[in-house]
Design a protein around this ligand. Structure first.
Ligand SMILES: NC(=O)C1=CN([C@@H]2O[C@H](COP(=O)(O)OP(=O)(O)OC[C@H]3O[C@@H](n4cnc5c(N)ncnc54)[C@H](O)[C@@H]3O)[C@@H](O)[C@H]2O)C=CC1
Ligand SMILES: CC(C)CC(=O)C(=O)O
Ligand SMILES: [Mg+2]
Length: 373
């Protein structure tokens, strides 16, 4: 089959990790006889440098015409360290999400058995953790009216949610729970925020239609604590934009590294796939960033295109890289061995193409080495 995939590498480590995801997709295309037509587009700091606009119209058009979008990350210290800059890389990503209506961001969190020792959390706490975070992505405080008083002494970020915005992601979260362990936890701050009270009321109503799914409520401050104390209590977490952003980075500690967490952002017409991490500027160009979040995002992309077997092939290759310890330094194994970003990508692509044979090639490279390959 033939698909058009918009590729937005972005800034920092975005291009490096996206390249590895493309290697995995190319291996899938060769192995399963598909054609992936990549349309590369700019967004973020690199787009500002080139065009003055963090989301050029051309990028938006390429995305609208594609079957799916693979995105790396945006962001650059020259903007992070300049709070008065009025044009910012993040505006590009936020506008893209809004323009494409990508309201449902799903962030799977799981504790891989091979990496349990890498987590600072105890094995008995994290072993078996399997959570799907459903984060609302086009509403809330990230999209509210922003103001700074004329004397620059007072700043304002508005937060609003409509019943419609809450309802559409709530249905998707409950449908996902029906195919999982049948539990939804709504994470909010309904003891304080009016928007959170609307979330509780709306979600409670919708829950009545899904009688096989139980609904629990947690205030976000408590949820942040429970994520560390007892993550196995969670199945599907449903939450608003800001809270979902924060608790998903926190949850990545369970998996051993944020460099492992992939995501899908789904709307009625478009779908985008990206790691949950940012542009990790300290690692830019060093070939050390973990590409697995990007590679697993490519697997989610294939799943979205209906290519289930192909998605599984990527997931199996990722599992194999973890079993063999062919991993970047953020999750290096006990032998202190770590592979570079590109070598991990090579292994994944090779394993998809050749399956069992690739073990041998990489076991040889792996044997007796303690430095980056
Ligand atoms: N979706 C996006 O494009 C996002 C962009 N950002 C932007 O990224 C820039 C940096 O933000 P930070 O807060 O430092 O977040 P970050 O996610 O880029 O990095 C935080 C830390 O996570 C670890 N990390 C991240 N990605 C990794 C990877 N692939 N492999 C191994 N370790 C990894 C590193 O220890 C790093 O110091 C900022 O400009 C920010 O606005 C932040 C989050 C999301
Ligand atoms: C960079 C922000 C716009 C968003 C973010 O941190 C995220 O989506 O994880
Ligand atoms: Mg984030």
């Amino acid at each position: 089959m033939k698909f058009t995939i918009a590729v937005i590498p972005g800034d920092g480590i975005g291009p490096e990790v996206t390249n590895q995801a493309k290697k995995a997709l190319n291996a899938v295309a060769d192995t399963y006889n598909h054609v992936f037509l990549y349309k590369e587009a700019q967004m973020g700091a690199c787009a500002i440098d080139e065009t003055g606009n963090p989301l050029p119209e051309e990028t938006l058009n390429i995305c609208k015409k594609s079957d799916a979008i693979l995105f790396g990350a945006i962001g650059d210290p020259k903007y992070d360290n300049n709070p008065t800059a009025t044009v910012r890389p993040e505006q590009g990503l936020l506008r893209l999400r809004k323009e494409l209506g990508l309201y449902c961001n799903v962030r799977p969190v799981k504790a891989y058995d091979q990496l349990i020792a890498n987590s600072p959390l105890k094995e008995e706490i994290i072993k078996g953790t399997d959570i799907a975070i459903f984060r609302e992505l086009t509403g809330g405080i990230y999209f509210g009216i922003k103001e700074l008083s004329d004397d620059k002494q007072v700043a304002f970020d508005g937060c609003s949610y409509s019943v419609e915005e809450i309802s559409r992601i709530t249905h998707l979260a409950f449908q996902a729970a029906q195919n999982r362990r049948k539990k939804v936890t709504l994470v909010d701050k309904a003891n304080v925020l009016e928007t959170s009270r609307l979330w509780r009321k709306t979600v409670t109503e919708i829950a009545k239609k899904y009688k096989d799914v139980s609904l629990e409520f947690l205030f976000v401050d408590n949820a942040a604590m429970q994520m560390i104390l007892n993550p196995k209590q969670f199945d599907v977490i449903l939450t608003e934009n800001l809270f979902g952003d924060i608790i998903s980075d926190e949850a990545s500690v369970i998996g051993g590294s944020i460099g492992l967490l992939a995501s899908s952002s789904i709307g009625d017409k478009s779908a985008l796939f990206e790691p949950i991490h940012g542009s990790f500027p300290q690692a830019k160009g060093k070939d050390v960033a973990n590409p697995l979040a990007s590679i697993l995002s490519a697997a989610m992309l294939l799943e979205h295109l209906g290519l289930h077997e192909e998605a599984e092939a990527i997931e199996r290759a990722v599992e194999k890289s973890l079993v063999l310890g062919i991993t970047t330094e953020d999750i290096k194994n006990k032998s202190n061995f770590s592979a570079s970003t590109s070598k991990v990508g090579d292994f994944i692509a090779d394993y998809i193409s050749n399956q069992e044979d690739s073990n041998l090639n990489f076991m040889n490279i792996h044997a007796g080495q303690s430095t980056i390959i």
